[in-house]
Design a protein around this ligand. Structure first.
Ligand SMILES: [Zn+2]
Length: 221
């Protein structure tokens, strides 16, 4: 599986393009929000002869979702998001304005509800859908078990975790998601977060202060 990262929009969000030998590709967390960012994506797709089949989202925050409509209009991709984040999809425009970003955010309806599927497929590749609520109620991580690559959205970052003070966030829930559903995948797993640099579960178990204090039982959650 091939992975390329784009950093898009004023929130510096990571958008990942994944493809395999079939040349089918998916876009995780399409955050492109300008003509220039749209072009960077389409030019890459054209250069490698890729066929986009799905826009899939780890969660519904506007900075992760604002490019989905462009992909739908341009490539006719299916849109996968948990229905538990529907309230964020529906209010993405207002959220974007609240952050002071002048962009039109028109997000299409959900085609595939990640709350009710165990995996998603493209080409010859299957990604497991792992529920990780806490940053948002419908948050998921996407995991490719053969290559041990995990896309965590805003649940787990390199040496940090996602904020839980936005509507629908909850600290105890995100910590339980990380300890139960992410850390247990194994130290060698590579983590591709929604912001910042990639990391590994092994690194986070040792150096992520939020994970370390939870593992050591230093906080109640
Ligand atoms: Zn988020």
């Amino acid at each position: 599986m091939n992975i390329v990262k784009f950093v898009f929009n004023p929130i510096q969000e990571n958008t990942y393009l994944l493809w395999d030998e079939s040349l089918e590709c998916i876009i995780i967390d399409a955050g492109n929000c300008s003509a220039g960012e749209d072009s960077r994506l389409t030019e890459f797709i054209a250069k490698y002869g890729l066929k986009p089949v799905m826009a899939v989202n780890t969660h519904g925050h506007f900075d992760h979702i604002m490019g989905v409509n462009y992909l739908k209009q341009t490539f006719g991709v299916k849109f996968a998001l948990s229905s538990k984040d529907e309230y964020l999809r529906a209010t993405a425009q207002q959220s974007c304005a609240m952050f002071g970003i002048a962009a039109v955010v028109d997000v299409p309806e959900i085609d595939i509800d990640l709350d009710s599927v165990e995996s998603i497929k493209f080409g010859n590749t299957e990604l497991m859908v792992i529920k990780t609520p806490g940053h948002t109620p419908g948050g998921v991580a996407l995991y490719e078990p053969q290559s041990k690559q995990l896309f965590t959205g805003d649940t787990l970052f390199r040496e940090s975790i996602g904020r839980t003070d936005l509507p629908g966030g909850e600290y105890g829930t995100i910590i339980r998601s990380i300890l139960t559903n992410i850390i247990t995948l194994g130290d060698e797993v590579t983590v591709y977060p929604g912001h910042g640099e990639k990391t590994t579960i092994g690194h986070e178990s040792l150096y992520n202060p939020f994970v370390v204090e939870a593992i050591n039982g230093e906080i109640n959650y």
